[in-house]
Write a protein that binds this ligand. Structure first.
Ligand SMILES: [Zn+2]
Length: 188
């Protein structure tokens, strides 16, 4: 082993991260090489000195400061802990409401959205490919509409107002859930 490698191993030893195998190598080298032996014992002396100094000259409140630091670290750690069941439920509910709201919106306004996309040169091709999907969607939406109209005796009047109410309600619900979720996260 070369002396500069031995020097690196001495540093690792001082940091307490020397492996068993490395320790054996270092031990072997310092029995052979006087200069590395000297530097090894010099380092060790310096380290011992520093350790003693730290013990004797620990200022008042040092322990309290260390404990406070540890508490800080614990708080940091807590934030990284897995979310509570309530938070997960709130988040999932918020996401579900939002996606449902977007889905309802897309179903209702699929035709005007498609028309807009078809008119835009950048999305034209993509929109062209979406036409069959939108048509299928429209059939489903119309089917649901018809059934609902059959169910509701006063017909499309109520259905229209339901649409007008449902979307804002869903958006508000999602926002509230998301707000609660954020607030809980901050309070942790
Ligand atoms: Zn050496």
């Amino acid at each position: 082993m070369e002396c500069n490698h031995a020097d690196k191993l001495i540093m690792k030893y001082m940091d307490g991260i020397l492996s068993m195998e490395e320790a054996q190598k270092l031990n072997f080298h310092i029995t052979e090489c006087e200069s590395c032996r000297e530097s090894f014992f010099t380092y060790q002396m310096v380290m011992d000195e520093l350790r003693d100094e730290a013990v004797y000259e620990a200022p008042d409140g040092f322990e309290a400061a260390v404990m406070a630091k540890i508490k800080d670290i614990e708080v940091d750690y807590k934030l990284k802990e897995p979310m509570s069941m309530e938070n997960i439920t709130a988040m999932l509910w918020g996401m579900f409401s939002l996606l449902f709201g977007i889905g309802v919106l897309l179903c209702i306004y699929s035709q005007p959205i498609l028309d807009y996309l078809l008119g835009n040169p950048y999305t034209m091709d993509w929109a062209q490919a979406m036409i069959p999907t939108v048509e299928v969607l429209a059939v489903y939406v119309n089917d649901i509409k018809t059934r609902l109209q059959e169910l509701v005796s006063s017909g499309s009047q109520i259905l229209t107002s339901l649409k007008m109410i449902a979307i804002p309600v869903l958006v508000v619900l999602a926002s509230i859930k998301y707000y609660i979720y954020r607030k809980q996260k901050v309070e942790l």
